[in-house]
Design a protein around this ligand. Structure first.
Ligand SMILES: [Zn+2]
Length: 280
């Protein structure tokens, strides 16, 4: 799928079930369930949509999904269905793990960086042997020293092997990754969450990460997951991104939406609506 001088591909690393209250925070269930019906256990489906950016002599992978290190019990807890997961998705594009030059993690929650590493002889090792892993310094320290609220999602096995192998690239703030690709800190979900902006020719796209897991989180500024470390910062981050996305006519790429993984923002009355994009 061409995007200016680049090629962009969505790679599905699996689908899992997450508590609906966690996904929508303060929003009453009677409201969010109109958007996304829950199952018997009050859960909603979440995709792990990773983004492959190919061009300018590099292959960049944004986020790595849940990975393959989960126990059967953990897979059952999430009802994880991954059909071969990230590696199978890359193989469909004719790519192996050795073809990835850069991995960017938007943040280090386990559904975004679980595929950073995999088990070999029972030990976690980097999944992508040649890749540099670009991670915000603040996010790295928050993840390595979690607290009681974050320790279930910040897992050392997704992280420590990267520093041990010397593949870690810690970054502070907004940073250019390649001529057409930059990371922009989009604070709120975590203190140093980053989104990835791609600009080529006249086209602009943004991989939002968990700034807006689903399209409805972008359409409604006050709809914020219960996971967010700084929900009021998320409000301000989304407010400026909404303005920017309209001005730039940016393609929005959603990390967790199973129905509309990408679309364009439009004004609708006093609010916003995401118009699905079938391709770019
Ligand atoms: Zn997530």
């Amino acid at each position: 799928m061409r995007f200016g001088n680049l090629e962009l591909y969505l790679v599905n690393a699996g689908t899992f079930m997450m508590d609906g209250g966690a996904a929508f925070g303060l929003v009453p269930k009677v409201l969010w369930e109109r958007e996304l019906p829950a199952d018997k256990l009050n859960r909603v489906p979440m995709a792990a949509n990773c983004l492959l950016i190919q061009g300018e002599g590099q292959r960049i992978l944004v986020d790595t999904g849940m990975g393959t290190k989960l126990s059967e019990k953990e897979r059952g807890f999430f009802s994880l269905a991954d059909d071969g997961g990230l590696e199978a998705g890359l193989a469909k594009l004719g790519l192996g793990v050795g073809d990835i030059d850069i991995v960017i993690n938007t943040h280090l929650h386990s559904d975004h960086c679980g595929g950073n590493t995999k088990l070999v002889d029972g030990k976690p090792v980097p999944t992508f042997p040649r890749a540099r892993y670009w991670i915000q310094r603040r996010e790295w320290s928050d993840a390595l020293y979690p607290n009681e609220r974050t320790q279930a999602t910040y897992l050392a096995s997704n992280l420590v092997p990267l520093s041990e192998s010397g593949q870690l690239e810690l970054k502070s703030g907004n940073v250019r990754v390649a001529p057409s690709v930059e990371c922009q800190v989009t604070r709120g979900h975590t203190y140093a969450h980053q989104s990835v902006i791609v600009k080529s020719q006249d086209l602009v796209a943004i991989y939002l990460g968990d700034v807006a897991p689903f399209t409805v989180h972008m359409e409604r500024i006050a709809w914020i997951p219960a996971f967010d470390a700084e929900p009021l910062e998320t409000v301000e981050t989304k407010r400026s991104l909404l303005r920017w996305a309209l001005e730039q006519h940016a393609l929005l790429i959603f990390g967790h939406d199973t129905r509309i993984p990408m679309g364009y923002l439009q004004r609708e009355g006093d609010g916003y609506r995401v118009e699905p994009a079938r391709s770019w």
